[in-house]
Write a protein that binds this ligand. Structure first.
Ligand code: C5P
Length: 216
């Protein structure tokens, strides 16, 4: 079984996805973390990301890391996804403001999208895949698809609680990311839409689970 959960930035995707995956007893895969990891690797090596020419050097870097036996390695653990490289857990470095600011530019590079998609498709179901285009592009034949959405204001208010920033600037940054991500974020036509703008996390998880068969 494959379940996909897509949605806009800060819509609660990863919290909902991990709760649903735990209830179903399947691993969840965060595709965003792979985009973040590639962005982090590029920043570490001083590679620019904001031009179409960025693609070649970035793919060369990812390929060279694989050849050297030190690939970016997504580990879908029950307590959350981690990315390891060269024997080191780099997950914490993937949620910095610097990675946030560059990841959408990297994510429009078609070669990087193919690289991420190939990593995900190499995994054996059952699993729950979370991201932007899991139901529309990567796993169009998934058994169950969900799309989470909420207004930019509600999402900004939630982020502010997590990170102690002011709501107007967080809302503006989220809207900018929405605009940059719009191309890959179109919902699959057969996705079930869930509004995460109100309701607690357990209520939203229950709403998703109500559409899914009980775990065996
Ligand atoms: O999910 P998260 O916010 O961590 O994703 C980070 C970024 O990765 C998104 O803003 C988007 O640019 C990109 N992304 C994507 N396609 C996906 C998952 C994430 O383009 N399936």
């Amino acid at each position: 079984m494959i379940v996909t959960i897509d949605g806009v930035a800060a819509s609660g995707k990863s919290s909902v996805a991990s709760g649903v995956a735990r209830a179903l007893h399947v691993p969840y895969l965060s595709s965003g973390l792979l985009y973040r990891a590639a962005t982090w690797a590029a920043l570490q090596h001083g590679l620019p990301l904001d031009t179409p020419e960025a693609e070649g050097p970035l793919l060369d870097l990812l390929h060279a890391q694989t050849q050297a036996g030190t690939p970016l390695d997504l580990r879908p653990l029950p307590e959350g996804n981690q990315v390891w490289q060269a024997g080191r857990d780099i997950s914490e470095a993937l949620h910095t403001a610097e990675v946030d600011a560059h990841v959408s530019a990297a994510a429009v590079l078609p070669g990087l999208r193919e690289w991420v998609n190939a990593q995900l498709r190499a995994l054996t179901p059952p699993f729950l895949a979370e991201g932007r285009d899991m139901g529309s592009t990567v796993f169009p034949h998934a058994d169950h698809k969900f799309y989470l959405h909420a207004s930019a204001r509600v999402r900004a208010e939630r982020r502010v609680k997590e990170r102690a920033q002011d709501v107007d600037s967080v809302e503006a940054a989220l809207k900018l990311r929405d605009e940059r991500d719009v191309r890959q974020s179109a919902p699959a036509p057969d996705a079930i839409h869930i509004d995460t703008g109100s309701g607690t996390l357990p209520e939203i998880i229950a709403q998703v689970l109500a559409h899914l068969p009980a775990p065996s």
